[in-house]
Design a protein around this ligand. Structure first.
Ligand SMILES: [Zn+2]
Length: 70
């Protein structure tokens, strides 16, 4: 099993989404503030955790593509 560390961007995008990223994603480094979600084998679990923090979340198109909706 491959585990990845996941974070959610504390700053929402223009559409209100808080994006979820893997630790290694270069887009995460651009986030001024982020919240650690935990380590998971898939982005779906990370999204579920992020939804306990923010109502509107979405997976990053690059590092969480299977969870990217908008
Ligand atoms: Zn990302």
């Amino acid at each position: 099993m491959d585990y990845e560390f996941y974070y959610v961007n504390d700053n929402a995008q223009a559409n209100g989404d808080h994006e979820v990223h893997q630790k290694s994603c270069s887009w995460l480094e651009l986030a001024p503030s982020k919240t650690y979600l935990g380590y998971y084998t898939n982005c779906m679990d990370a999204i579920a955790k992020a939804k306990t923090i923010y109502n509107q979340v979405d997976g990053c198109v690059y590092c969480c593509n299977p969870c990217h909706k908008s």
